[in-house]
Design a protein around this ligand. Sequence first.
Ligand SMILES: [Zn+2]
Length: 297
Amino acid sequence: MKDTILVDTYAQIKHGQNGKFRAGVRSSALDLLSLKHKFFGEEKDLKTPRVQFLYFHHIFKDELKNFERLLEFLSKDHIFISHSEAVYRLINDEIDKPYIAWSSDDGIQNNMLAAQALNTYDASCCFYINPASIGLTDVEQIKIFCQEKLEMPPVAFLDWHEVEILLKQGHEIGNHTYKHDMVSKLTQTQFEEDFLKADAVLTEKCGPIRHFAYTYGKFEHFTKPAFDFVMQNGYESCISASRGCHINGQGKLDNNAVFLRRDQIIADWKLSHIKHFLIKGVQELDYASNFLPNSLV
Ligand SMILES: [Zn+2]
């Protein structure tokens, strides 16, 4: 049997992608939208006070330059704050500037590269990890986990020593379920067991855990009882991967009612396309986006 080799560049992932035609159409559409923002001077919208959560899965070595360029661009108009501070500012109605809070899902080993770049801006990131994949070294196990849970080619994961280094650098660790199952496909009892198992391991290794990001990230991948369970267990926030950002302006919020939105970033994307997603988030700012969507209530 051919040995499994871990993927360590984004070029390898792109090379293996299906649907190149669709990607091309999408890219052209985004080019047009980016031109529109430029033409109407909409980039100034990025100076709007808000809390915007941005997340990535990976920063491969061939994405690092782009990621550094993105950080440099964003740092001009934004203040990078930790996940916990972002939640605090939202809950306490203290959103007086444009704030960005970084997070990352899945604990891929090249998160260490991302951290290096973030550290140069004193930007804290919340790394949402699955205890089941941390420290995996068996390439066949990695291959299965990546294929079944992450739908990507096999990649290296962080080990617990690296998680400790991230904490020492001032980053946060969040709960992303124990083994990256889709919450909406579990029974409530299965979810509760998985969540508590992840929380117990993470708490033992990293200290108290305050934030939860459910897997896959669309609203339909989560449930209201699961949300309630997370918040009843003393967590401060629960975050999706649905695009959108946050404003308040109406006083303190009950954090058991707040439900967070995030914008995904792939550092390989053109900067103008990433700008488009951010501008769109500002243009669609809505107080109601601070709460559970109707589909989950
Ligand atoms: Zn994930």
